[in-house]
Design a protein around this ligand. Structure first.
Ligand SMILES: *Cc1c(COP(=O)(O)O)cnc(C)c1O
Length: 370
């Protein structure tokens, strides 16, 4: 009897896909090691938890859950339009911004195309590229960040899309507004430029690129943002893209009408109103970042200066072992060998006491291995 050959019969792009490796969930480590009070610094989540305001909005929404969500997300789009000075018809809502990144790729890329991204850039870029069967072109990084000239040089007749993460995950590197602008200007108009600004809120106002205004100037530019990081809604899945209205029109045709559910819609609306929470998130991040950097400096550990809510630390060839030892000490960080950074660990900035648990555990481990 012949069986269905799941591998051979899968589409070519999917066949060679490696699954996304998420940060280890707290519950899983609890189950595996039978330990409590685990500190998770592995997925760049907001350590403050959801705000009181969002909690109230969610509670108020529960009664209405028997009904379908608003497929157009009118109130959320209105809020986004207001806050970022864009038009409603420029916005595409996503089930997290990963959803947006995939929507864009599926709308504009086919298996004859090439997609450019940087070495060490966010893993979802190669993932969505491969899923389509397109050719991914990873341009070697410069000082762990995007080499924009290298990326321009990598453009061929087949190039259809370029992904830029600013700040980048997992390296935390940042491109100045001026160099980014010059880059976008030089990309041919028929190539889609996706500017993924998942960590934008952590960048100081004077350094942050005026990317939303660039969208009016470059009809091939798409800016994506998320509610998963500074807004603290990772578990709800909410993100959005801002683009020229005609791009948004096509993304919205492909988008599943209910890709943001009623809870994520109302939470995102409340989060956009909660300036205090956002300010607090940024402040906690600055303090925690200083705490982690201070530790690295004292230990003589190299780290990649970060504009995000995480710090990528060079711990050496023992990184995988150190990761395991940290797990046993109840601390989950992120190994990033899959990003061609096998000697580094990415540590999300937590609350002061969480960072301290990491620092203390790390100190013990380093002493034992030295
Ligand atoms: C976390 C992150 C995202 C956002 O993911 P969501 O799907 O919105 O949770 C997007 N891009 C980068 C670079 C990220 O690190």
């Amino acid at each position: 009897m012949s069986e269905f050959n799941a591998q051979q019969l899968a589409n070519l792009g999917i066949r060679n896909l490696s699954p996304y490796q998420a940060g280890k969930p707290i519950e899983e480590l609890e189950r595996e090691l039978g330990i409590k009070n685990i500190v998770k610094l592995a997925s760049n989540e907001n350590p403050l938890g959801i705000s009181a305001r969002v909690q109230q909005a969610l509670q108020d929404q529960i009664q209405g859950l028997a009904r379908y969500p608003d497929a157009n997300g009118f109130y959320l789009k209105s809020k986004i339009a207001d806050k970022f000075s864009v038009q409603l018809n420029q916005i595409t809502l996503g089930n997290g911004s990963n959803d947006i990144l995939e929507l864009i790729a599926r709308t504009y890329v086919n298996d004859q195309h090439e997609v450019i991204y940087s070495q060490h850039a966010f893993v979802v870029y190669p993932l969505v590229t491969q899923a389509i069967g397109a050719k991914g072109v990873a341009v070697p990084a410069k000082n762990y960040g995007h080499d924009l000239n290298g990326m321009l040089s990598a453009i061929t007749a087949r190039t259809k899309m370029i992904f830029i993460a600013n700040p980048n995950n997992p390296t935390g590197t940042f491109l100045s507004s001026a160099e980014l602008y010059q880059f976008i200007k030089q990309v041919p108009q028929h190539i889609v430029v996706v500017l993924d600004e998942a960590y934008s809120e952590y960048v100081s106002a004077d350094e942050r690129a005026p990317s939303m205004t660039w969208v009016a100037e470059f009809s091939n530019l798409i800016v994506s943002r998320t509610f998963s990081k500074a807004y603290g809604l990772a578990g709800l899945r909410a993100g959005f893209a801002v683009s020229h209205p005609s791009i948004a029109d096509y993304l919205n045709r492909l988008r599943q009408p209910f890709n943001m559910n009623s809870l994520s819609l109302c939470a995102a609306i409340a989060a956009l109103d909660d300036d205090d929470y956002l300010a607090q998130s940024v402040k906690i991040n600055q303090q925690g970042m200083a705490q982690l950097i201070d530790f690295c400096t004292k230990q003589g550990l190299n780290y990649i200066p970060s504009w995000g809510n995480f710090l990528t630390i060079e711990v050496g060839p023992q990184a995988a072992l150190i990761y395991q030892k940290l797990l046993h000490a109840g601390v989950i960080v992120r190994p990033i060998g899959a990003y061609e950074l096998p000697n580094h660990l990415r540590v999300s900035v937590g609350l002061a006491h969480e960072n301290q648990v990491f620092i203390d555990a790390m100190q013990d481990i380093l002493e034992a291995t030295r």
